[in-house]
Design a protein around this ligand. Structure first.
Ligand code: ATP
Ligand code: MG
Length: 502
C-alpha cells in the first residue's frame, strides 16, 4: 500500500582499526524530505553518507533502493543510481575551471569525442546562475574563495539529477545570502521529490529546513524524530548524552597591557586604513560579512600578505612582519579558516600535527622533545575531546570536526600569546564548542590576547569583550560587549551604520 522509502539502510556497520565508526545503523529516506543527520564530531555521520555514496564499503548491513536490495560497487555506480553527495571536504580539482569541475567525468562531447568546451561552460554557467551566485564558470577553482568552491560543489550535485542528495556541512563556509540561496535550492529539490540528507553543526538550520532528524552517537542510531515534534534541548541531549551547560561560558579576564596595535593597515582593494588595539586578556571579536576583509586583515597582521601601508606594534614595539615565520617568532598564532590547506599535514599523526611549531606551509622548523610532545598531545586530546584511537592516528583518518580540533590544539600548544582565530568553531559540534570557549577563557586568563573572527553572531556576542565590525575592508564600527546587539552588528556589517552611529 505505502510507497517504500527511496533508500533504506539496515544494520550498517563499519569498523576501522581502533574505531567502530558505524555500529548497526538504520536509516530511511523518503522522497521529498530533508532528513537531518546529527551527531558529535566523530559520531559517524560522514562515514554513513560515504556508505550511501559508494565511497566506503560497509562491513555488514543492507542497503535497499526503492525497497530492493542493491550492492553499490563504487561512487560512480552509486551516482548512476541517483545517489549524490557533496563532501565535507571539497572534492574539486584546483587548476580546472569551475565548469570543468562541475562536469568532471561527464563532459559534453562532440561527435569526434572531443570535449565540447562551449556547451560545458554554457551549461555550467546556467547552473551557477540558477544558484544565484556570481561565479564565472571559466574561473579556475584555485582562484575561488572557500564559499565559492562550496557553491561549485552544490552546482555539481544539482547537475547530477540525484534522487538522493547528501549535503555534508554545506553551509559551514557560506554567507547568509548564499545560505538562503542554498535553502531555496533545497526547497526546489524537495518539490521535485529528491530525498535530501543534511548534515550541519548549526543547530538553528535544522529547524529551518529539516523534516526529520536522526541522531547518531558513537556510531549508533540513538533516535529519529519529526523536526516539528522535537526541541533543541532534546536533540542536544540525544547527541551528547547529557544536558549542556551554558552555551557561552564567557569569563572576562580583564584587559591588561597592550599586546597588539595596528595603525592604518591598508592593502589595495582589500583593507583600508584599519586601526585598533588588542590588550592582554582580551577577546576581541571581528564580525563582518564574508568578503568584508576579516581574513585579509588577519593574514596581513600575520605576515602572510604584503601591506601597502600601515604599522604593526607588538607589545608596544613597531615590527615589520614580513612572513608568518616572523610573526610566529614574535609570539603570534593564526588559526586559519581554510584548515585543509593551511592548517594541517594530513599524512602526519595527531601528535606530529599538534606539536608542529607552526603551520606547515608557513614554516618547517624545530622539533620538541618526545616526552613533552606526548604529554602536550594527551592534554589536547583530553581538553578538546578529540576523538581518535590514539596520538599516532594519522589526521587524515579523523572526522572533519576532529581535524579542526587538532589545528586548534596546535595553537594552544605553542607559546604564542597573541592569537588570531579565524572561525574557530566551524564544523565543531555543540558540545565541543563549549570546550573550545572554555579554552579561549583559559588563554585569556593567562594573559593571551585573542582576536576572534567569526560569522556566527551568537558566538561573537557570547564570547567577546569588544566587537569590531568590518565592512568593505574598513572597520565600520566598534562595540563593547555590553552595547552590542545582533541588529547593531548586522547594520554595521551591511554598511548601514558608521562609527559615528555606534
Ligand atoms: N578512513 C578512516 N580510517 C580510520 N578511521 C576513520 C576513517 N574514517 C573515519 N574514521 C573514524 O570513524 C569515526 C567516524 O567518523 P566520521 O567522519 O563519520 O564522523 P562525523 O560524524 O562525520 O564527524 P564530524 O562532525 O567531525 O564531521 C571517527 O572516529 C573517525 O576518526
Ligand atoms: Mg563529518
Amino acid at each position: 500500500m505505502s510507497i517504500p522509502p527511496v533508500l533504506t539502510l539496515r544494520g550498517i556497520r563499519k569498523a576501522y582499526p581502533g574505531v567502530v565508526a558505524l555500529d548497526g545503523v538504520d536509516l530511511t529516506l523518503q522522497a521529498g524530505e530533508v532528513h537531518v543527520l546529527l551527531g558529535e564530531n566523530g559520531a559517524g555521520k560522514s562515514t554513513l553518507m560515504k556508505v550511501i555514496s559508494g565511497a566506503v564499503a560497509r562491513d555488514a548491513g543492507e542497503i535497499l533502493l526503492d525497497g530492493a536490495p542493491v550492492e553499490l560497487r563504487g561512487p560512480r555506480h552509486a551516482q548512476s543510481l541517483g545517489l549524490g553527495i557533496i563532501y565535507q571536504e571539497f572534492n574539486l580539482i584546483p587548476h580546472l575551471s569551475a565548469g570543468e569541475n562541475i562536469f568532471l567525468g561527464r563532459e559534453p562531447r562532440r561527435a569526434a569525442g572531443v570535449i565540447d568546451q562551449a556547451t560545458l561552460l554554457d551549461r555550467a554557467q546556467q547552473l551557477l546562475n540558477n544558484l544565484g551566485v556570481a561565479i564565472d564558470a571559466r574561473t579556475a577553482v584555485s582562484r575561488l574563495s572557500v564559499a565559492q568552491q562550496q557553491m561549485v560543489e552544490v552546482a555539481k550535485a544539482l547537475s547530477l539529477n540525484a534522487r538522493v542528495l547528501i549535503m555534508d556541512e554545506p553551509t559551514s563556509a557560506l554567507t547568509e545570502q548564499e545560505i538562503r540561496e542554498l535553502f531555496a535550492a533545497i526547497e526546489r529539490l524537495k518539490a521535485r521529490g529528491v530525498a535530501l540528507v543534511y548534515i550541519s553543526h548549526r543547530m538553528e538550520e535544522l529547524f529551518a529546513i529539516g523534516d526529520r532528524v536522526t541522531v547518531l552517537r558513537d556510531g549508533r542510531h540513538v533516535g529519529t524524530r519529526l523536526i516539528r515534534d522535537t526541541s533543541l534541548p532534546e536533540l542536544v541531549r540525544l547527541m551528547v548524552g547529557r544536558d549542556l551547560k551554558e552555551q557561552f561560558p564567557k569569563q572576562a579576564a580583564g584587559a591588561g597591557d597592550e599586546a597588539l596595535r595596528v595603525e592604518g593597515l591598508s592593502r589595495a582593494g582589500l583593507l583600508h586604513d584599519v586601526s585598533f588595539t588588542l590588550r592582554r586578556g582580551e577577546v576581541v571579536g571581528i564580525a563582518g560579512l564574508m568578503g568584508s576583509g576579516r581574513t585579509e586583515l588577519a593574514r596581513a597582521i600575520f605576515g602572510a600578505d604584503r601591506l601597502d601601508a600601515g604599522k604593526i606594534f607588538v607589545r608596544g614595539h613597531e615590527q615589520v612582519i614580513a612572513s608568518p615565520r616572523a610573526a610566529i617568532a614574535l609570539g603570534l598564532g593564526f588559526l586559519t579558516e581554510d584548515r585543509k590547506h593551511q592548517g594541517l599535514v594530513l599524512g602526519l599523526s595527531v601528535q606530529e600535527n599538534t606539536c608542529l611549531p607552526s603551520v606547515s606551509v608557513f614554516s618547517r622548523f624545530g622539533v620538541m622533545q618526545p616526552a613533552r610532545e606526548a604529554s602536550a598531545t594527551a592534554q589536547r586530546i583530553a581538553d578538546l575531546r578529540i576523538k581518535t584511537p590514539g596520538p599516532h592516528q594519522r589526521v587524515f583518518n579523523l572526522s572533519g570536526g576532529n581535524q579542526q580540533k587538532v589545528v586548534l590544539g596546535k595553537w594552544l600548544t605553542t607559546d604564542a600569546d597573541i592569537l588570531i582565530f579565524d572561525e574557530p568553531t566551524r564544523g565543531i559540534d555543540v558540545g565541543a564548542k563549549v570546550e573550545i570557549y572554555q579554552l579561549i577563557n583559559q588563554l585569556a586568563a593567562r594573559g593571551a590576547a585573542i582576536l576572534m573572527i567569526s560569522s556566527e553572531l551568537p558566538e561573537i556576542l557570547g564570547m567577546s569583550d569588544r566587537i569590531l565590525v568590518m565592512q568593505a575592508g574598513r572597520l565600520a564600527a566598534e562595540f563593547s560587549a555590553a552595547d552590542a546587539t545582533q541588529e547593531k552588528i548586522l547594520a554595521a556589517a551591511l554598511g548601514r551604520a558608521g562609527l559615528s552611529a555606534a
